[in-house]
Design a protein around this ligand. Structure first.
Ligand SMILES: Nc1ncnc2c1ncn2[C@@H]1O[C@H](COP(=O)(O)OP(=O)(O)OP(=O)(O)O)[C@@H](O)[C@H]1O
Ligand SMILES: [Zn+2]
Ligand SMILES: [Zn+2]
Length: 805
C-alpha cells in the first residue's frame, strides 16, 4: 500500500523545530489533505497546529505519527505564498512558522487552551484530596483557572506521578459568522394549498406560510420573526412539518455596512498624469515586471493614477493590492477606492475586529473582490492573478515590521510582482533615499508629477524661530504670527490644521527643581505619563507606577508632567481663541471604533474651525477649505539616535504642509522650530526635495549609511552585564574575521536603550556593501545561540534595521 505523508511545519518557534516533520496521513483523510492547509498534529505530549508544505510517499523515518485532523477545508496558503514563506525565512532570518503565520489574518493564528485531565484509567480517588472533588465533577480543568486558584503545584506533582495529564486543545480565535436562514421546502403551489388547509386555530403558523407565498425566497430567521411578529418556535413547528427548512449560511461582517459610497468615474487625466501613467499601463498590458517610483508633489494627483492603473488591471481580469500607511487609511482614502470600484474592494486595517478582518480576507480568498487596500500586512493578500502592486507613501517606516519576521513590505511587493510578472508602483512626494537613489541608478523607473493639480501653487511656508519668540517675551506655545493667522482664518471662515509632532517626545514627568526624570526600574528609559488613569507606564516592560507628588530625589513639590500634549494645546487654544471650535484628534479621542471617521466628517462638514492632532492628521487629508497649517514643534524628532531623523523630519513637515491649499483657495504654512538653521527644516520650508536629497546623500556617504551601505544589526541581551559584553565581543570578533575589509563592524556597544526588562542589551552594527556570505554568516551566529537555550542569552538580528535602539 502506498503511504501518504505530509511535510508539516509545526507551531513551535525554536531552532530545533524549525524544519518540516513527517506525518502520516490517516486513510480517512487520504486525498483531502493538501499543501497549504493547516492541520492538528501530535507533538510530544501536545496537540498543536502545523502547516502542510508538501506531500510525499516515502519517509526516511520508520515510525511516523499520524495527523489528527485538518483545520481547513481548503488550503489557506497557495503555492505562491508557500514559496514566499521560504523567501521570507531566508531573507529575514526568521523561523518558518512565523513566515507562514504573518501571511494569515490573526483570526487564523491558533490559540491553545491548556487543560488538565485524569490520565487514562485513573480514578479521581487516587488524587491528593483538594484535587479529588475537582476532577470528580469536571472531566477537564482549565489551566488558567487552576493557576488562579493556586492549584498548579499540586497538579504538577500529580502529573509527575502520571495520574494527571496536560493536554492542549487547539482553538480558532474566530469562527465564520453563521446566521440561520429559512426557506420553503415545497413548491409555491403546494405552499398555497397548505395555507388554505391550515386550521384557523393555527393562525400564527398560517401567517408565516403566507409570508412565503408572498416572498418565495430565503430569509434570515431573525428578519422573518420580526416581520411576521412571530416567534422562532412557530417557525420551528413548520420546519418539523417539512414545509420550511432551516439552514446556516456564512455571512460577512461588513464594517462599511451602514455606509453608501458615491460612485465616481475616472477623471480625464492632465498631460503630466498621462505621461506618468503611460509606462505603467504599458507594463500591465505586456505583463512585464518593472518597479516604478511615482514621485509627485503633494496634491499632484497620484491617487488618480493608482485608480486608473487598477481599472486597467481589473478589465484584464487581474487583481491589485494597494498599501497605504495605517494612519492615512482614513475613511477618505477608503472612499476613493470604494467609490471607484465599489464591492470589488476589500479593506484590511487594524481598526477592524479580528472577525471583520477575517471576513475581508475571505472575500479575497474566494475571489469575490479584485482589489485589496490595506496597511502593511495586506501585501500578503491571497490573490492568485496579481496585475499590479501599489505602495502609497512608500517612504513610511511603518512598512517595516519590527518583530519576526522583520520584513519590509516593499521587498515583499517586488518579490511577488516578479512571480506574477507585473509592475510595482511606489508613490511619494518625499521618496525614501533608498528608492530615489535606485531611481537615479535606473533600477527603478522614475515617473514625476512636478506640479499640483491645475498648477495650484504649493503653499507658502514660513519658518518661525521660537527662541526669538521667547527672547521677545512670548512664553506661549503659539508664535505671534501663528496666532494672527489663526485669527485671520476664523474671520474668513476658513479652516486650519494644527499639527503637534509627538513622536519621540513622550510625555514624561520631570522635577523642575533638580531635573529628576522618573525612569523604569527594569529598563533604562523614562516612564510615559498616561492621563486617563493618572499612571506612569513603561512602554517596554509594562511596569506601572503612580505619579509622585514629591520628587524622590530632592523632595520638591515641583514635579510635573512635561511635554506639550494635544490636551494642553487645546486648553491653551480655549484661553487665547475662545470663539474657535476645535476638534482634537489623538489616541485619546480616537480610541473608540468609528470616532476617527466621525471627527473627520465633522471637520469636513465645517463643524469646527481648527483640527488639532498628531501624526494621524499629517497624511491623506484632502479638504478644500483648509488654508492654514501650523506645525507647533518641528524638531522633536531631530534629536533621536536615528540616522534617518533628518529624513523623517523633512518628510513629515512636507506632508503636513501639503494639507493646505489643495483646491481653489491658496494655502499658507507656519513651521515653529527651535532649530531653524537645520537643513531638514529649512528645506521643508522651501519644499525642495531634490536639494534635500543631495544634502542628505552626502552625509550618508560620509557616515557609511544606507543607501550607500547596507546595515545589519545584532542585538544580544542577558541578565548579567558581564555575560552580554563577553558574548557580544565574541560575536564582533567572529564577524570581523568573516567579512571583507570594506565592511565596517561597530561594537560591542551598549544599545541606545541599554536595559529592557532587567536584561542588559549590547549590539554589533555591520555596515557593508557587497558581502556574498553575509546571510550565511548571520545564520551561523543565530544557529549557535538559538541552539544553546541554557545560557539565557538572547540574540536577535535585524537585516536592514529601521530602529537602531
Ligand atoms: N485628472 C484630474 N482632474 C481633476 N482633478 C483631479 C485629477 N486628478 C486628481 N484630481 C484631484 O486633485 C486632488 C489631488 O489629487 P490626489 O489626492 O490624487 O493627489 P496626491 O498626489 O495623491 O496627493 P497626496 O500625496 O498629497 O495625498 C484630489 O482632490 C483629486 O480628486
Ligand atoms: Zn527634584
Ligand atoms: Zn520597563
Amino acid at each position: 500500500m502506498k503511504m501518504e505523508i505530509a511535510n508539516v511545519i509545526v507551531d513551535v518557534p525554536a531552532k530545533q523545530t524549525d524544519r518540516a516533520f513527517d506525518y502520516l496521513i490517516p486513510a480517512e483523510w487520504s486525498g483531502t489533505i493538501q499543501p497549504g492547509m493547516r492541520v492538528i498534529v501530535p507533538f510530544g505530549p501536545r496537540k498543536i497546529q502545523g502547516f502542510v508544505t508538501s506531500l510525499k510517499t516515502q519517509s526516511e523515518f520508520e515510525k511516523l505519527r499520524e495527523i489528527i485532523e485538518p483545520m481547513d477545508l481548503e488550503p489557506v496558503l497557495n503555492k505562491e505564498l508557500l514559496e514566499l514563506g521560504d523567501w521570507l525565512t531566508e531573507h529575514t532570518l526568521c523561523f518558518k512558522i512565523f513566515a507562514f503565520q504573518v501571511m494569515l489574518p490573526a483570526a487564523l493564528k491558533a490559540k491553545y487552551e491548556k487543560k488538565v485531565k485524569l490520565a487514562q484509567g485513573v480514578e479521581a480517588s487516587v488524587l491528593s484530596e483538594p484535587l479529588q472533588i475537582l476532577f470528580e465533577n469536571n472531566l477537564m480543568i482549565d489551566w488558567e483557572d487552576a493557576l488562579k486558584q493556586g492549584m498548579v503545584p499540586l497538579l504538577l506533582k500529580e502529573a509527575a506521578k502520571g495520574t494527571l495529564e496536560v493536554i492542549y486543545i487547539v482553538k480558532e480565535k474566530v469562527r465564520k459568522k453563521q446566521r440561520k436562514f429559512i426557506r420553503p421546502l415545497v413548491s409555491l403551489e403546494e405552499l398555497k394549498v397548505e395555507v388554505e388547509r391550515f386550521p384557523a386555530k393555527a393562525e400564527k403558523q398560517k401567517q408565516v406560510l403566507s409570508y412565503f407565498t408572498d416572498h418565495f425566497e430565503p430569509v434570515e430567521l431573525r428578519q422573518l420573526v420580526a416581520e411576521v411578529k412571530t416567534t422562532s418556535a412557530t417557525v420551528k413547528a413548520l420546519v418539523e412539518k417539512k414545509l420550511l427548512i432551516e439552514y446556516d449560511m456564512e455571512v460577512y461582517r461588513d464594517p462599511f455596512e451602514h455606509r453608501t459610497f458615491k460612485r465616481t468615474k475616472p477623471l480625464p487625466l492632465t498631460n503630466s498624469q498621462q505621461t506618468a501613467i503611460g509606462p505603467i499601463l504599458n507594463a500591465i498590458e505586456t505583463n512585464r515586471h518593472e518597479v516604478f517610483l511615482l514621485y509627485g508633489v503633494t496634491g499632484s494627483g497620484k491617487t488618480e493614477i493608482y485608480l486608473q492603473s487598477i481599472q486597467e488591471v481589473i478589465e484584464r481580469g487581474q487583481e491589485a493590492i494597494v498599501l497605504v500607511p495605517e494612519i492615512s487609511l482614513t475613511p477618505q482614502m477608503v472612499n476613493r477606492f470604494k467609490g471607484r470600484f465599489g464591492d470589488l474592494v476589500a479593506v484590511l486595517h487594524s481598526g477592524l475586529s479580528a472577525g471583520e478582518k477575517y471576513d475581508e480576507w475571505r472575500k479575497i480568498q474566494r475571489k469575490e473582490v479584485k482589489v485589496a487596500v490595506g496597511a502593511r500586512s495586506a501585501i500578503f493578500a491571497p490573490f492568485e492573478n496579481l496585475g499590479i502592486l501599489i505602495i502609497d507613501e512608500e517612504h513610511e517606516t511603518s512598512y517595516k515590521q519590527e518583530e519576526m519576521p522583520r520584513y519590509h513590505a516593499r521587498d515583499v511587493a517586488i518579490e511577488r510582482a516578479k512571480t506574477y510578472s507585473c509592475p510595482v508602483v511606489l508613490g511619494s512626494a518625499t521618496p525614501s533615499l533608498e528608492s530615489f537613489a535606485r531611481a537615479q541608478k535606473k533600477v527603478y523607473h522614475l515617473l514625476s508629477l512636478p506640479s499640483r493639480m491645475n498648477n495650484q501653487a504649493l503653499p507658502a511656508v514660513e519658518i518661525i524661530d521660537m527662541r526669538e519668540e521667547l527672547r521677545d517675551g512670548n512664553r506661549s506655545m503659539f508664535s505671534r504670527k501663528l496666532l494672527d493667522m489663526l485669527k485671520d482664518r476664523l474671520e474668513k471662515q476658513q479652516q486650519s490644521v494644527l499639527f503637534l509632532n509627538k513622536r519621540g517626545h513622550s510625555s514624561f514627568v520631570m522635577c523642575r527643581d533638580c531635573g529628576y526624570v522618573m525612569n523604569c526600574p527594569n529598563c533604562d528609559i523614562s516612564l510615559t505619563y498616561h492621563r486617563v488613569n493618572e499612571q506612569m507606564k513603561c512602554h517596554y516592560c509594562g511596569y506601572e507606577s503612580h505619579v509622585p507628588h514629591q520628587c524622590p530625589e530632592c523632595s520638591s513639590d515641583y514635579i510635573r508632567y512635561f511635554g506639550t500634549g494635544t490636551q494642553k494645546v487645546e486648553d491653551e487654544l480655549g484661553k487665547i481663541l475662545p470663539e474657535a471650535r476645535v476638534i482634537r484628534m489623538d489616541v485619546d479621542t480616537t480610541g473608540r471604533k468609528g470616532s476617527h471617521e466621525r471627527l473627520l466628517t465633522d471637520f469636513q462638514n465645517g463643524k469646527a474651525d481648527i483640527l488639532l492632532g498628531t501624526q494621524m492628521i499629517a497624511k491623506g487629508l484632502d479638504f478644500p477649505n483648509i488654508t492654514l497649517v501650523g506645525v507647533l514643534s518641528a524638531d522633536t524628532m531631530l534629536h533621536l539616535p536615528d540616522f534617518r531623523a533628518s529624513e523623517k523630519t523633512f518628510q513629515l513637515l512636507t506632508q503636513v504642509s501639503g494639507r493646505a491649499g489643495r483646491h481653489q483657495l491658496p494655502g499658507e504654512v507656519i513651521i515653529q522650530t527651535y532649530s531653524p538653521e537645520h537643513y531638514s527644516v529649512e528645506l521643508a520650508g522651501t519644499q525642495d526635495y531634490d536639494l534635500f536629497y543631495q544634502r542628505e546623500m552626502m552625509i550618508r556617504k560620509i557616515r557609511h549609511y544606507p543607501p550607500f551601505y547596507y546595515l545589519s544589526l545584532i542585538t544580544v541581551s542577558h541578565e548579567q552585564l558581564m555575560t552580554v559584553v563577553a558574548a557580544t565581543e565574541k560575536i564582533v570578533n567572529y564577524v570581523r574575521s568573516q567579512v571583507s575589509k570594506d565592511a565596517v563592524v561597530l561594537g560591542p556597544a551598549a544599545s541606545p536603550i541599554p536595559r529592557i526588562n532587567n536584561r542588559y542589551r549590547y549590539q554589533c552594527l555591520i555596515k557593508y556593501k557587497r558581502e556574498p556570505n553575509m546571510t550565511k554568516m548571520l545564520k551561523t551566529i543565530l544557529d549557535q545561540y538559538q541552539k544553546d537555550t541554557k545560557s539565557g542569552l538572547l540574540v536577535s538580528i535585524d537585516v536592514n534595521p529601521f530602529i537602531l535602539m
